[in-house]
Design a protein around this ligand. Structure first.
Ligand code: GTP
Ligand code: MG
Ligand code: ZN
Length: 343
């Protein structure tokens, strides 16, 4: 499975190792190469040629590394093509994207049953996960803190609203359904855990690892006060050989360029939209609006239309912004290069 490529440098050929990025901190990468951990940095060429940050390695990436004899730190020469990408739009007025992980097969999206279970937020996460070509599985955590009725009600509601194939509720406290979660993970797969701070991502990680590797929040600490217990993304190897990525809680989740994730998350609304009388229907008080009639008949939640409209608007805004930025960025590079040529 591992093919080593070659790098030609000053007339010599060097064999490159294939490694996987398991952690990144300020451009210092921890790689796994043949079961051993190695530290590596970017080669000058890789960094120089990258037009955006997303072209640089991220956790989960497979990379080609140069290890010269006698060197203890490797140089990352190339990022291999990504099978999937977990991408978050950056917060703030600066439109950009942050690559949270690469080559992820499944995202376990965690939500705590005892706190602010926000369906709209879940929808946003789902768009982001599906946009990256990744399968989402919803996990409702801490079911020991609520009654069975509450749990069942949410399970049902979430299933009908989000149309996710798999939703389960667990309790690490009671050891409930941990095996079910474990059974969802096939050897060789990469699973990423996502969800707000304090929902129990690191607690679940430790349960699956079978040891207290990750630091977890002290009981009673206030997760919403901006304190994240986990501060960097790390890929850990599970006993069955699968990889698990624990992540810091994401505070703000916004969307980024849609490639189907948005469509998949709102299939019901899009289906209704086709039946609106006018093709430019805004689904407000428009005449012959199929979506509004579905709401009146109680077949669609008004809140779902609201989040549909909001996400749709953000998405087209982001697209425009990103196009403008890319062309500006390319122009700058072009200017710089032609200046260099003239010299
Ligand atoms: N009652 C109960 N508490 C739980 C359960 N799972 C996790 N917790 C508690 O929830 C708190 C937060 O758990 P963490 O695992 O640190 O949360 P996290 O999602 O990793 O948070 P960040 O690293 O900040 O993103 C800890 O105090 C855990 O002990 C559970 O099933 N039941
Ligand atoms: Mg954590
Ligand atoms: Zn309409």
């Amino acid at each position: 499975m591992k093919e080593n490529s070659l790098l030609k440098m000053r007339g010599h050929f060097y064999a490159l190792n294939c490694g996987r990025v398991i952690n990144e901190e300020r451009e210092r990468y921890t790689l796994e190469i043949d079961g051993e951990e190695t530290i590596a940095v970017l080669s000058g060429k890789l960094r120089h040629n990258a037009l955006t940050r997303s072209e640089l390695p991220t956790v989960g990436d497979y990379v080609d590394v140069l290890m010269l004899p006698g060197d203890s730190i490797g140089k990352i020469e190339r990022v291999k093509e990504r099978k999937s990408k977990l991408v978050r739009k950056l917060a703030g007025e600066y439109a950009g994207e942050q690559l949270l992980g690469a080559n992820v097969d499944i995202v376990f999206l965690l939500n705590s049953l005892n706190r602010d279970l926000n369906l709209r937020r879940i929808e946003r996460y789902l768009v982001m996960i599906r946009d990256g070509g990744i399968k989402p599985i919803l996990i409702l955590t801490k079911n020991d803190l609520v009654t069975e009725d509450v749990t069942n009600q949410f399970l049902k509601q979430i299933q009908t609203i989000t149309k996710v194939d798999q939703v389960l509720s667990i309790s690490i406290e009671k050891g409930e359904s941990i095996d079910e979660v474990r059974n969802l993970i096939q050897p060789g797969q990469t699973i990423a855990l996502l969800g707000s701070s304090g929902v129990g991502k690191s607690t679940l990680t430790n349960a699956l690892l079978g040891c207290d590797h990750q630091v977890v929040q002290e009981i009673g600490a206030h997760a919403d006060r901006g304190k994240h217990t986990t501060t960097s993304r790390t890929l850990l190897k599970l006993p069955n050989g699968a990889f698990l990525m624990d992540t810091p809680g994401i505070r703000e989740i916004q969307l980024w360029e849609g490639e189907g994730g948005f469509e998949n998350s709102f299939l019901d609304v899009l289906e209704l939209e086709k039946r609106c009388k006018f093709s430019n229907c805004r689904h407000q008080n428009d005449q012959g609006c199929a979506i509004q009639s579905a709401i009146e008949r109680g077949e669609l939640e008004a809140a779902r239309l609201k989040s549909f409209l909001k996400i749709e608007k953000e998405q087209s805004f982001m697209e425009k912004k990103s196009q403008a930025k890319t062309s500006k960025h390319l122009k700058e590079i072009w200017k710089k290069r032609s200046r260099e040529y003239r010299r």
